[in-house]
Design a protein around this ligand. Structure first.
Ligand code: ATP
Length: 437
């Protein structure tokens, strides 16, 4: 870890603390100048005594397999003195910070640009057999208008077997089936979160800012109207959560709640935030939605959103998380909780190497695992007294940009087009290209 000099703390989570750091050994070319390479170092809070524990972490397993321009790149995993460090590419902001700093609503074009990228990253993830489970603005990292999905601590393999009793996510973006503790759920929970984030991009305040689980369901009812509760047959805790009077709540008019959104945007939010997970479009389907048919898009005049902004400003995310039945397996290290994001945390002492803070009782045992593309003949350069493992992938990436839709056009969009059983993420496990050397 001597190669990395920590500059400042970016976030302090349940499982790890994330620092901005500089790699003192490598440089990159930015605007024709050689500049030191910035990275984000996530130092895990618990000790790791064996490599097996490290490589089995969900964050590591999934990110090894997912290589996409809209998914954060895990460059290296280093274990030193029983401490574990993830080295990520560095991103300047997260979407929460960007929304908080934004004085006016985003234009629909800006929102479309963000959303396309999130959906492309998500489509790649789902296609390759994973779902994120904790999508929220804090986990969408942004540099120069490029957005990347981060924090894979809660990621799950689609093929993994329910029941999922260990699930946690930030309440405001939590899908109803999760709130209702349905024992099985699908990548459609990520699509719900995308819908909530999309609405928030328009209004700059959360659309479902629940203050407790019950209140979360109430807030959803206030926007969508009450569902047919019998549509959640597996839900374990309906009676605890559902006040019978919720059943009488009628849906709000989304166009009034989000007056600066076009009809297409409202339609997409409505589909993504469907009570029934089967009615939510997949990421690929969402990319073909008329919202992304720029030529067909007629801008709406932008009004100040009339929503409950006063009451629920986004300054205090209130990220209470639910820890029921959390699995105790090492694999389930709880990387995904964002309890306290402190972008303005005091700067750490410049030049403090991570390894220096680990105590010097034992000679340094540093093992690093490079996840970068192998440089020579599939081998990474040898590192002093280190076990070096590398990973490569032959995955092809979908291009970034407005998709050329082969799907339904604006005029052919039918209400309820996604009704009926929808082939939620027909997932195989095609990504076995990774290898250790
Ligand atoms: N690659 C990165 N570049 C810049 N900032 C980052 C990066 N990764 C994470 N961060 C910042 O650190 C914060 C916490 O990161 P992350 O969620 O991965 O850590 P965590 O320990 O899992 O936290 P939590 O338990 O809160 O989810 C993020 O919200 C983001 O602001």
């Amino acid at each position: 870890m001597e190669r990395y000099r920590l500059l400042k703390e970016l976030g302090d989570g349940t499982c790890g603390t994330v620092y901005k750091a500089v790699n003192v050994e490598t440089h990159e070319i930015l605007q024709k100048k050689f500049v030191p390479q910035m990275v984000a170092v996530k130092k895990m809070k618990r000790k790791f005594y064996f490599w097996d524990e490290c490589v089995n972490l969900r964050e590591v397993k999934s990110l090894r397999r997912l290589s996409h321009p809209n998914i954060i790149k895990l460059k290296e995993v280093v274990r030193e003195n029983n401490e574990l460090f993830f080295i990520f590419e560095y991103m300047e902001y997260n979407l929460y910070q960007i929304m908080k700093a934004h004085q006016r609503p985003f234009s629909e074009e800006e929102i479309r640009n963000f959303l396309i990228q999130v959906l492309q990253g998500l489509a790649h993830m789902h296609r390759n057999g994973y779902f994120h489970r904790d999508l929220k603005p804090e986990n969408l990292l942004v540099t120069n208008d490029v957005i990347k999905i981060a924090d894979f601590g809660l990621v799950r393999e689609v093929s993994s077997m329910p029941p999922y009793t260990d699930y946690v996510s930030t309440r405001w973006y939590r899908a109803p089936e999760v709130l209702l503790q349905s024992s099985s759920y699908t990548p459609a929970i990520d699509m719900w979160a995308v819908g909530a984030i999309l609405a928030e991009l328009f209004t700059l305040c959360p659309i479902f800012p629940g203050e407790s689980e019950t209140d979360q369901l109430y807030k959803i009812c206030c926007v969508l109207g009450a569902p047919d509760w019998t549509a959640f047959p597996e839900a374990k805790n309906i009676t605890q959560l559902i006040n019978i009077s919720y059943s009488e709540i009628l849906p709000a008019n989304l166009s009034e709640l989000i007056p600066n959104a076009s009809r297409e945007a409202i339609d997409l939010i409505t589909q993504l935030c469907s009570w029934d997970p089967l009615k939510r479009p997949t990421a690929e389907q969402a990319l073909r939605h008329p919202f992304f048919h720029v030529a067909a898009w007629v801008p709406h005049p932008i009004h100040e959103p009339v929503q409950h902004k006063e009451k629920h400003t986004r300054t205090k995310p209130n990220l209470e998380l639910n820890l029921w039945d959390f699995d105790s397996k090492s694999d389930d290290c709880f990387l995904g909780l964002t309890l306290a994001v402190k972008p303005s945390a005091p700067t750490l002492e410049m030049g403090t190497g991570v390894s220096q803070s680990t105590g010097q009782d034992h000679p340094k045992q540093s093992v690093f695992w490079s996840l970068f593309s192998p440089s020579r003949n599939g081998m990474t350069a040898p590192v002093e007294s280190c076990l070096s493992l590398s990973f490569s992938s032959s995955i092809t990436h979908p291009p970034i940009g407005v998709p050329h839709s082969g799907g339904f056009s604006f005029t052919s969009l039918q209400p309820g087009i996604l009704d009926g059983p929808c082939p939620l993420m027909a997932v195989s496990s095609p990504l076995q290209q990774s290898h250790y050397l």
